[in-house]
Design a binder for this molecule. Sequence first.
Ligand SMILES: NC(=O)c1ccc[n+]([C@@H]2O[C@H](COP(=O)([O-])OP(=O)(O)OC[C@H]3O[C@@H](n4cnc5c(N)ncnc54)[C@H](OP(=O)(O)O)[C@@H]3O)[C@@H](O)[C@H]2O)c1
Length: 228
Amino acid sequence: MNIGIIGAGNIGGNLTRRFQELGHKVFVANSRGPETLADLAAETGATPVTVEEAARSGEVVIVTIPQKNIPGLPRDLFAGVPDNVVVVDTGNYYPQQRDGRIAGIEDGMVESRWVSQQLGRPVVKAFNNIYAEHLLKLGRPSGTPGRIALPVAGDDERAKSVVLKLVDELGFDAVDAGKLDDSWRQQPGTPVYAADFDAEGVRRALASASKERKPEWRAKSDKAAQTN
Ligand SMILES: NC(=O)c1ccc[n+]([C@@H]2O[C@H](COP(=O)([O-])OP(=O)(O)OC[C@H]3O[C@@H](n4cnc5c(N)ncnc54)[C@H](OP(=O)(O)O)[C@@H]3O)[C@@H](O)[C@H]2O)c1
C-alpha cells in the first residue's frame, strides 16, 4: 500500500519505520522540507516529499503533527484528493505543555472532530493512545497472549476497516471504538490512554471513560494558541 505521512517526529518517524519494514511504500513529509528527511529516508527507504505531495501519494494519509500546528497546514491540503483516500489523525490536545488554548476543543468538541473540521475531511482516529517507542517495539504476532490493543474510531466503516487492518499488521489487536464523536473515550486523561491494555482491557477502559475533561487537560489561560 502507498502511505503518506505528514509529520516525521516520534510517531511519524516510527510509523515510517514499521510500514516500510512491512513492505508498504511510505511518502513522508515534515515542516522543513524533504531535504531535511535524508537520514530517515536512508534508514528506511521511505520517500521524502512535501506536505502537499504526502497528501496526494497514499491510499492512506496519516496526519501526525502537534495539534496547534494543524491550522497552519496548507489551505485546501486535501482538495482534489479522492474521497476513498483514508485520512488518519494520531493527534492529542496538550494545552498546558504544547498546544496552548484551542477554543473549539475547550468548548467541548471532540479532538479529532476539530482536526477533521480543520482539514475539511473525515478522519479516522488511531495511534493516539500509545507511546511512539511502544508503537515501534511492542508489536507482536496475532494470537500472542497479552498482545497490546489499540482503539480505532471513525464514521466511515470502510475507512475504519482499512485502519483496523493496518493496526493488526503493525502487531496490535485493533478494537473498533465506534464513531468519531465517541473518540473522546481515547483522548488524553482517559483510562485507555498510554495504558497498553489488551483487547479486553481496551474495551473495558473505553466503556468506563468519563466525558468530562480533567483540569490538567484544559488550557490554563484564555489566550488562543499560536499557529505556525
Ligand atoms: N510522542 C508520542 O509518543 C505520541 C503518542 C501518540 C500520539 N502522539 C500525538 O501525535 C502527534 C505527533 O506527535 P509526535 O510526538 O510525533 O510529534 P513530534 O515528535 O514533535 O513531531 C512533529 C512532526 O510534525 C512535523 N510538523 C509540525 N508542523 C508541521 C506542519 N505544519 N507541516 C508539516 N509537518 C509539520 C514536524 O516537522 P519539523 O520537525 O520539520 O518541524 C515533525 O516532523 C501529536 O498530536 C501527539 O500528541 C504522540
